[in-house]
Structure formats: structure tokens, C-alpha cells
Ligand binder design. Sequence first.
Ligand SMILES: C[S@@+](CC[C@H](N)C(=O)[O-])C[C@H]1O[C@@H](n2cnc3c(N)ncnc32)[C@H](O)[C@@H]1O
Ligand code: SF4
Length: 393
Amino acid sequence: MFGFYFHIPYCIQRCHYCDFTTFEQSQILPARDYFELLKRELNYKLNLAPTKKLASIYFGGGTPSLVGSDLIVSVIEELAKKDFLIDDQTEITIEINPATVDETKLLHYLDFGINRFSVGAQTFSANHLKICGREHSFQDTLNTLDLLSKYNLNYSLDLLFALPQQSLEDLKKDLSIISSYSPKHVSPYCLTLKDNHPMNQGRPSNKIQLEMFQLIESELNQMGLEKYEISNFAKPGFESRHNQLYWQDYDYLGIGLSAHSYIKSIGPYGSRFWTTKNMHEYTQFFENPLSDSLTSETFTNNYCSTEFELLTESEALTDLCHTSLRTREGLSKNALLQKFPDRLDLVHRRSSKLLKDGLLQETPQGWGLTKTGVYLSNVVFEKFTFLPNELSS
Ligand SMILES: C[S@@+](CC[C@H](N)C(=O)[O-])C[C@H]1O[C@@H](n2cnc3c(N)ncnc32)[C@H](O)[C@@H]1O
Ligand code: SF4
């Protein structure tokens, strides 16, 4: 499987808690100019794609729904022009924010095959929306969900929790509104902030946060949504294909400011590379790239050395363990043996204390996190972080 991620860094406002590479739309170059550069970057990198068949195209941000739908569809058209195969099986997702999509825009998306919508609802409380610095009202969110429901579309909701002054009761209200829409997919995110961030004031205690995790899981289960990754729940068959690329060791190309890529055929254990976060650098580079198109042979000479890494065995093993342990399927012994035939014993040894402590459990395929392991996943991931000297024998 293979897919593309496109980063669209335009937002109505900068939310107080957000760390993504995004800008208020008036602060950067017009979206039309950015999309020209985006297509140049696509053409620069497209020879790195391992296949022409696309499992997923994802427009993330930022707020991709803020820019004209003609710009979004122009990227899909560019992919088709370059002979990428896009069919009914290709999942095409766009992140949409409340109050940025009307019926005309939605129909334009549908005409060009967009078939999955990720709605940044965050919370339905007017008070908490304000605390987060969001411009839209909860009514805007309801209108967006009504519109998607009218066309019976496949959509996901982002729910942000553990907000300042948020109680379990507040969260229950958010979950009850979500339940009334019966979405196919929900991604709950526990608010994560730097230590000195002003929004840390008045947040729920660790004990309440743990109860919030449990409440979310039980309420979403009652809606028929199963947890298939640490912060993703879906009805059976509606798991995001794009996410599977990240968690199941598939290739992906990220295009646009700050976008990350992973291509397995470059170097013995694959390569990760990413586009600059700096708009000035981005404009400079893609107005005049070093060559017309990258290939895996020219890659190391033409990609800025600070923006790519050839993975070592220890990094690739760490990546495989971390990403697969996040998922319901867990870490499979077969997958491990296939990629790292000599490392099964090492992983076995690492797992034994975690099994004893109840953070890890044996599964028919290998290992998975227990419920406690999910809440303490940082402890598990630390144990499954491998250093080069540990792999020397
Ligand atoms: C790429 S963001 C953009 C989505 C969309 N622009 C929006 O804000 O609705 C994807 C999701 O990351 C989550 N997120 C952003 N900042 C976060 C933070 N500091 N802690 C936890 N989740 C965060 C939000 O739930 C958000 O919907
Ligand atoms: S709208 Fe989304 S991407 Fe934009 S600043 Fe807010 S959280 Fe970040």
C-alpha cells in the first residue's frame, strides 16, 4: 500500500493549544501560489513513489477546507495526470473545520472522489471552544455534521479532551452529542501542552484524565466504535486506510510545508524525510529546485541533508515496535521476523518484564498493549526503544 499526504497550512485563527505548522491565512502567501509550489514539490518527488496505485490521499492541515475546493481538486487532477491510479478503493480524506464548508463546496469534493471527511469538532461546549481560541460555534459544528449526514457520508470526528475547566460531566455532554450523530470514526485527543503553557491552568487532575479516557472508551464502544489504535475508534470496516500506512510500515510521501515521508527502498532500512517548516525556505527551494525530479539514486545529493535520515537497524526496529504496538493488532512476530530475522530474542527479552507488570499481553500473533499499557504507553515505548550498541551482536 502507498499514499500521499498534502499539508495545507491555512487557518482562520491560530488555536491557543496548536503546535502544527499553520498560519492565519492573511499572514502568508495566497493559497493559489502555495498550491503551485505544492504541485512542483509533487512533481519533484513523484519518482520516489513505489507504485502508481494509490491506497490513500490525505489533505491535512491546517484547515484544507478553508481554501477553494478548486485548489484541492487540482491536486487530485495533477495526480491523475501523472498516471497515478485513483479508483473506488482509494480513500481520499480531507480535514474540514466547522463553518468552512457549504453544500456547493461539499458537492465539488464529492465530484472529484473525496470520500472521507475528518471534522475538527473538538468540543461542543461554547465555553471550551472559547478557551481553546476557536472561532466557530458549536452550532457551526452541528450544521457541518447535518450536511455530511444529509449525504450519508463517511466522516470522522476529532474530540479534544482534558481541557481547562472541563469536568467529566462536560465530556459526557460532548459524547452524547457525538452519539446522536452516530459517526463511523472518532479520534479522541487528550490535550497535550508544553509544561509552561498557560492552558495548563485549571486542567483536570491525572485521576480525572484517566477517568476521561475510560469514559470515552466505554461510550464509544456503546456507539459501536472499537478502539483500533491508541487514539482512534471506528465501526468495523471504517478504520482509516491512511493511518494504516503509518502504523503498518507502508510507504508514504508527504508534500507541503512540514510534511513527512517514509520510503523503504532508500537505504537498507528505509528513509524518513520531511519538508521544511519555514515558508520562506519552502518558496525559495521549490521556485527553483536542484533538479527536475528526485530518484532514489539522486536523492541523497539533492535533498537537504538536515531534512532526511537513512534509518539504522536500531531506529527501524524501534519504529516498527512503537507503531505496531499502538494498534489493536499489536506487534506481530511474523512481521518482526521478516524485517529483523535476528532480533526476535531481543524483543522477547524486552517484553518479559512488561508482561509481568501487566502492561503487555501475549496475542495469537505476538504482543499487544493491555488497558493499563495503553495509559502507560510511554513506559512500554521506552522499553522498546533500541540503541545502536544494543544491536551490535
Ligand atoms: C492537524 S489538527 C487539524 C484539524 C483541524 N484544523 C482542526 O483544528 O479542527 C488534527 C487534530 O489534532 C488535535 N490537536 C491539535 N493540537 C493538539 C494538542 N495540543 N493536543 C492534543 N491534540 C491536538 C486536534 O484534535 C485536531 O483536530
Ligand atoms: S484550526 Fe486546527 S490546525 Fe488550525 S490552529 Fe486550530 S487546531 Fe491548529
